[in-house]
Design a protein. Structure first.
Length: 68
């Protein structure tokens, strides 16, 4: 169980880092990405919604399992 929790926290941390990178002004130039890839002004909100959905899924599926 501890191994699964470790993977979950790594996933949450990766999602937070991705959110912070994408919402930072100039991230495309810093990473050297060129071209038109844009979700408009909704990208940060969509990423946050995706993170919240992931956390909800973890809470719904996780938890202490009672021994039978």
């Amino acid at each position: 169980m501890a191994e699964n929790q470790s993977k979950i926290w790594i996933g949450i941390g990766a999602a937070v880092v991705l959110f912070l990178v994408v919402t930072t002004p100039g991230w495309k130039e810093i990473l050297g990405i060129s071209g038109e890839f844009s979700l408009g002004g909704y990208a940060p909100a969509l990423l946050l919604l995706l993170m919240m959905a992931g956390l909800l899924a973890i809470v719904m599926m996780g938890g202490e399992k009672k021994p039978e």
